[in-house]
Design a binder for this molecule. Structure first.
Ligand SMILES: NC(=O)c1ccc[n+]([C@@H]2O[C@H](COP(=O)([O-])OP(=O)(O)OC[C@H]3O[C@@H](n4cnc5c(N)ncnc54)[C@H](OP(=O)(O)O)[C@@H]3O)[C@@H](O)[C@H]2O)c1
Length: 332
């Protein structure tokens, strides 16, 4: 949230709004529900009267100051859905400068898309950040081809559960889903995964390598699972890093990759967002799939604005399946 301190200007003309605010980087206990000045839209920006804000894994790192060190006090939250000020149109937006856990958010117009009638607010919100990540990772970075075998880590999570469905939709012949609990694995299976695996299984690399191995290993977690992913690749397979939980990362030598004819890839949603036409086309595709019920986001829970701290706790404790939402109009 690079300019939020500037946006929180005080003065008689500035209206107040309720928001979940942090005054220090630290644990979830840092959140305070407070009245703060409404943000002000600058050139190329729009104001949104927010109905729902989303949680993303990166929010946890933003809160501790490890990811992006926003000026304090700060309002975190990277995605919102609501009504655009001025024309009242239903829009969903990605906020690269934070500010989502609030009744009003300011968004770049270029990072805002209108929500079609056939898609509910919660679906649109759960699909945009995490769906565009899953779709971009599979298609742009991973270059998934029909008939390939795809594996997805954190497969019951916000990005992961959409990646499992999208891999199917894009013609993967087999989808392997990795998730840490039986309930999560059962959920991943219900989404169309052919096989579910426990990332803690010491024989994981062998299981991934069965039936010819994995063509595209989509990793949302980082760390040791990447090594198992490399070992389980089919010849010419691709290891795709999309996310990290924090902590030491694996490194691979060129020789290790060459020995397997393997590719090592990365994906960052920012490169989709930076291209308005690509971002809009991605959103349109996701909404089309959602309207046809071919892609369904699971809403794990919706918490009130005063419940953001608890929502951060359950996300960090790996207790969620799908997307966590904040109803910014509620304070219980
Ligand atoms: N590259 C990009 O542009 C981009 C964009 C959006 C998100 N992401 C990344 O994608 C990943 C998923 O994001 P999300 O918002 O959808 O989160 P999420 O998947 O809903 O939650 C994170 C999941 O990571 C797994 N995990 C493994 N080790 C963990 C640990 N030590 N602590 C907590 N969780 C752990 C857990 O699944 P299990 O219990 O099943 O292991 C947990 O449910 C994150 O790494 C995020 O940063 C990247």
């Amino acid at each position: 949230m690079t300019s939020d301190a500037g946006r929180m200007t005080s003065g008689a003309a500035v209206r107040g709004m309720r928001a979940a605010v942090i005054h220090h980087y630290g644990g979830p206990e840092e959140f305070r529900t407070e009245t703060v000045p409404e943000p002000v839209a600058g050139p190329g920006q729009v104001l949104i009267d927010v109905t729902l804000a989303g949680l993303n894994y990166a929010d946890l790192h933003c809160r501790t100051g490890e990811y992006a060190r926003y000026p304090l006090p700060a309002v975190l939250g990277a995605d919102v859905v609501g009504r655009r000020r001025g024309d009242g149109r239903r829009v969903v937006a990605l906020l690269r400068a934070g500010g989502g856990y609030a009744r009003v958010a300011v968004a770049e117009a270029a990072h805002t898309v209108e929500v079609p009638d056939g898609v509910a607010d919660a679906q649109a919100l759960a699909l945009l950040e995490q769906g565009a990540t899953a779709y971009g990772a599979l298609t742009l970075a991973g270059r998934l081809r029909p008939g390939e075998t795809v594996a997805v880590t954190a497969a019951a999570g916000g990005v992961g559960h959409l990646a499992v469905q999208l891999a199917r939709e894009l013609g993967a012949a087999r989808v392997l889903a990795l998730a840490s609990t039986p309930a999560k694995r059962e959920f991943a299976r219900s989404l169309g995964a052919d096989r579910v695996l426990d990332p803690a299984d010491p024989g994981l690399a062998d299981r991934l390598g069965e039936s010819g191995g994995v063509d595209l290993f989509v990793d949302l977690v980082g760390g040791p699972v990447l090594r198992a992913g490399l070992a389980g690749l089919a010849p010419f397979g691709r290891l795709l890093s999309v996310g990290a939980r924090g902590g030491p990362e694996e490194s691979f030598s060129v020789d290790e990759l060459a020995d397997r004819s393997a590719g090592l890839l990365g994906f960052w949603l920012q490169h989709v967002l930076a291209d308005r036409a690509l971002f809009a086309a991605t959103a349109a595709r996701l909404f089309e799939l959602a309207a046809g019920r071919r892609l369904v986001a699971r809403i794990d829970r919706t918490v009130p604005l005063s419940g953001v701290a608890g929502a951060h706790r359950v996300l960090a404790a790996r207790e969620t399946m799908g997307k966590v939402l904040v109803d910014v109009g509620r304070e219980d």
